[in-house]
Write a protein that binds this ligand. Structure first.
Ligand code: ZN
Length: 254
């Protein structure tokens, strides 16, 4: 048995116990613990490019093969990596309470692979395709990149269904995310630097609406001074403990 590393205040325990609407925001740090942080290898072909150079519509129009090859490389990394215990804890948590919304900035689909059913994907999903011409999502889902860019039935080029630099976040996902943040009485910001808006506004909105704000990260962020509780460390270690603590607090009142 490993010992607990998290220490909760009385108010944090009460927030856990009394929460009926939990909202979670996960960011790159959660994926990094599964080994898929930046997709920037230290060597090899792709280390020569910055993500901004490839993850945009101009790059895709100008050189679709190059962009597709990069995404195929990234997909291979994702499919060969595994969700970590933090992903698993969140999936278990969702099964135990109706008021649970998981919002992620990650595109790797780890939450779903860990068992989460309701996931709001703010930046899309790298394993999914979308037709550039007709917009059909899921088109050519199983089409792997070979030598040419895969095409939709309509003849349009398929692109990864992710939000590229310079693109808007999907409106429905964004609306759902802000509604959940507003309704939350417990908000967890996990593994995100809390800098990039609009996602960075979610914890602020939750806090302003009266939620207990709990942050988990390997280092303090700009959000930390606003958090009711900051737990420093890897989410893969802290989340399973926090979920256990939540279960224990609920057991006390049932
Ligand atoms: Zn199409």
């Amino acid at each position: 048995m490993s010992s607990r590393s998290i220490i909760l205040s009385d108010s944090a325990r009460a927030a856990l116990r009394d929460s009926s609407s939990i909202c979670i925001l996960t960011g790159a740090g959660v994926s990094a613990e599964s080994g898929v942080a930046t997709f920037r290898g230290k060597e090899g072909l792709w280390s020569k490019f910055r993500p901004e150079e490839l993850a945009n519509i101009q790059a895709f129009i100008q050189n679709p093969e190059l962009v597709w090859e990069w995404y195929q490389y990234r997909r291979d990394i994702v499919t060969n990596a595994q969700p970590n215990p933090g992903h698993v804890a969140l999936a278990q948590w969702e099964k135990r309470i109706a008021g649970f919304t998981l919002i992620t900035q990650n595109v790797d689909g780890f939450h779903q692979r860990a068992g989460s059913r309701r996931v709001i994907e703010l930046h899309g999903n790298i394993l999914r395709n979308r037709c550039l011409k007709c917009g059909n999502i899921g088109a050519g889902q199983e089409v792997p990149f070979k030598e040419k860019v895969p095409l939709c039935d309509c003849g349009g080029m398929l692109r990864p269904d992710v939000v590229w630099f310079g693109e808007m976040l999907p409106a429905q996902a964004l609306n759902d995310a802000f509604a959940a943040a507003e309704a939350a009485d417990l908000f967890l910001s996990i593994g995100t630097s809390a800098i990039v808006h609009p996602a960075a506004s979610l914890p602020e909105v939750a806090k302003a609406s009266g939620a207990f704000l709990l942050e988990i990260n390997i280092e303090p962020t700009v959000l930390t001074p606003m958090a009711d509780l900051f737990l420093e460390g890897p989410s893969g270690k802290i989340l399973p403990e926090l979920f256990d603590e939540w279960m224990a607090q609920r057991a006390n009142v049932e």
